[in-house]
Design a protein around this ligand. Structure first.
Ligand code: SF4
Length: 217
């Protein structure tokens, strides 16, 4: 029964949230460049997609390799990525990540999760986005939306995104993995929002036990 609902829910959400053309990162899957995807993912943290796009475009017009980012004066880098927010911290992360990739990986973004996560500033979600979007690996990038919503749906009962990735990996059919993050991020930002989700407008409300939802619209 649960498996049936997963398929029905994924098919419904796929119709409502067509992927690949919506977010900056998803559009990058069509012409994957691992370094650009990694940098855009780092810029996308704690900001809206439109800001990620502006910052990515500004930066890539000037620098889109580890060497070029390292050569940029910090103040100039901060200015280029200003729209992404937390620009000082992000500039430091971009410099560090570029330096390690150049020094330890010969300028190429590594395609193994352990190596990516060993670089300060790259967490599990960013690593999985890079593995999935740049290298076509079958992994589940889990952010706050991808953690919260499967718990509300009763698919998993987990406390952390890492646990969610493991448990979801056991029940979500693999054909949905590539688009799962993009669909759930869009759904989590618009309908199944963190506080007071819009259950009355939700296209999958009939399947949802609304676990842990105390206030809803
Ligand atoms: S019914 Fe409500 S809690 Fe369930 S998925 Fe939809 S918006 Fe989220």
């Amino acid at each position: 029964m649960q498996q049936k609902n997963i398929v029905q829910i994924m098919e419904t959400l796929k119709q409502v949230y067509p992927t690949h053309t919506k977010t900056t990162l998803n559009r990058m899957r069509d012409k994957p460049d691992a370094f650009r995807i990694l940098i855009s993912c780092l810029l996308s943290l704690r900001t809206q997609d439109k800001n990620t796009e502006i910052a990515s475009n500004n930066l890539f017009a000037v620098a889109d390799t580890p060497e070029e980012i390292l050569k940029l004066p910090v103040k100039k880098l901060e200015k280029l990525i200003f729209s992404s927010g937390h620009y000082k911290k992000k500039a430091r992360t971009l410099k560090h990540v570029s330096e390690i990739i150049l020094k330890d990986y010969n300028g190429k973004v590594p395609d193994r999760r352990e190596e990516l996560e060993s670089i300060k500033g790259i967490g599990p979600k960013t690593a999985n986005i890079v593995l999935a979007f740049a290298f076509g690996k079958n992994v589940l990038p889990i952010d706050t939306h991808c953690h919260r919503i499967p718990n509300r749906l009763g698919w998993v009962k987990t406390k952390t995104p890492v646990q969610t990735e493991i448990e979801l990996g056991k029940i979500l059919p693999e054909k949905y993995w590539a688009d799962f993050n993009a669909i759930f991020v869009q759904f989590g930002k618009t309908i199944c929002v963190p506080i007071s989700p819009k259950c009355s407008e939700c296209p999958i409300s009939q399947y949802c036990p609304k676990i842990g939802v105390t206030r809803r619209r």
